[in-house]
Design a protein around this ligand. Structure first.
Ligand code: PMP
Length: 406
């Protein structure tokens, strides 16, 4: 019989969303879930997506057939070029195996299964402290051991580079290091280029496996190239010695949240046709027994954008539209707080990038923001910057000012 099933608490983020929805205050503000909103606080369908959808629907060959098990090949290969660069040596050398996944989360799940079954390393997956909460359970549910590496220095609101490097150096040789490719979630704090070079150098020295989570490419800085810096440097510097795993999501940068368009890439250390073919066969088996084949619609849209030069150019403009609105909101929030003389320092809001800001607000302050002001953010003090707009930023700054002074 089915009994004694422990009741789990609601997912913190989706629970927050439910409280927000139930709140009847008209001036409530949702800074919870990381989804882009336009200047009116509305979800935004990218112009490039609208054009791609139109083209897909006008195609006389339009249908809803199954995709192959590894997904839509035009999508996965164009996606590889997006993250690796169209002139990537790894691609020219034919060292990349790519399969379509259920967005970034599905790619992480595939990575977890792949590591569990085939990676002969020390067995632990090192994640940043803090990290996106789902990272922990995606790996733990596969029976992988999680360790954390220092990342955010709570006192200085800066990268704890020393702690990070120390963890890399003291982890057993061949551990797995999960790295946020850009726009670190939840802190919004990324290593600088020279810090990345140090981090990747230390990882290489210890023969660790780098697993990149790329969920915000182009969304962070507005430039696909800039935001791929860490991944591409790792590929260049590990070439010939270590493989690299990449989990790629198009949820944020194409606004495909609910369409679940993602890719898992395995970049082989050296070209090895037999190994790569075996890897592909195993990745296909993982997909076949869990999904049979991946969802088609989002992949077709993204593929149309990536494979049509005019749409690609429109997409690059859309990335600038989103990233620059967020940058403007960071600037405005910071200057509002500074002009209110809110106790504390607020420059981190503009040095951080991407969807989130780790505000430094405490749990009690976050609770008061929700209770007294209808401003919703997660308990860690992480705010989704996309939730700000010219209509609410002043009021939210005032609310923050009040709770900080309480
Ligand atoms: N990784 C990180 C760091 C994220 O922030 C997210 C989205 N919140 C994801 C992966 C995956 O998102 P999705 O499954 O929607 O692609």
């Amino acid at each position: 019989s089915i009994q004694n099933i422990p009741q789990l608490p609601p997912d913190p983020l989706f629970g927050l969303k439910a409280r927000y929805t139930a709140d009847t205050r008209t001036n409530k503000v949702d800074l919870g879930i990381g989804a882009y909103r336009d200047q009116d606080g509305k979800p935004w369908v990218l112009p490039s997506v609208k054009l791609a959808e139109k083209a897909i629907h006008e195609d006389p060959a339009y249908n809803h057939e199954y995709l192959p098990i590894a997904g839509l090949q035009q999508f996965t290969s164009a996606a590889a070029k997006v993250i690796l660069g169209s002139d990537s040596k790894a691609l020219k050398d034919d060292k990349v195996v790519s399969v379509q996944t259920l967005s970034g989360t599905g790619a992480l799940h595939v990575a977890a299964l792949f590591i569990k079954r085939f990676y002969k390393g020390s067995g632990s997956v090192y994640i940043s402290s803090p990290t996106w909460a789902n990272h922990i359970q995606v790996f733990e549910t596969q029976g992988l051991k999680i360790e954390s590496y220092p990342y955010w220095n709570y006192a200085t609101k800066e990268l704890d580079l020393k702690g990070f490097l120390g963890a890399i150096n003291s982890a057993p040789e061949g551990s797995v290091f999960l790295l946020h490719a850009c726009a670190h979630n939840p802190t919004g704090l990324d290593p600088t280029r020279s810090q990345w070079t140090e981090i990747l150098g230390a990882i290489k020295k210890k023969n660790h496996l780098a697993l990149f989570d790329s969920a915000y490419q182009g969304f962070a800085s507005g430039s696909l190239e800039n935001d791929a810096f860490a991944v591409r440097s790792a590929i260049d510097s590990f070439d010939g010695s270590l493989p690299i795993l990449i989990c790629q999501s198009f949820a944020k940068n194409v606004g495909m949240y609910g369409e679940r368009a993602g890719v898992f890439h395995y970049v082989s250390a050296t070209k090895d046709a037999a190994l790569q073919s075996a890897v592909l066969s195993q990745l296909q088996k993982i997909t076949r027994c869990e999904l049979s084949n991946p969802p088609a619609y989002g992949a077709k849209i993204v593929s149309k954008i990536l494979n049509t030069p005019e749409l690609y150019a429109q997409w690059e403009r859309d990335l600038v539209t989103m990233s620059s609105r967020i940058k403007e909101m960071r600037q405005t929030l910071r200057s509002e707080l500074e002009s209110l003389g809110t106790p504390g320092t607020w420059d981190h809001i503009t040095t951080q990038q991407g969807m989130f800001s780790f505000t430094g607000l405490s749990k009690p302050q976050v609770d008061s923001l929700e209770k007294d002001h209808g401003v919703y953010l997660v308990g860690s003090g992480r705010a989704s910057m996309a939730g700000f707009n010219l209509g609410n930023v002043k009021a939210v700054a005032k609310a923050i000012d009040q709770v900080v002074r309480e």
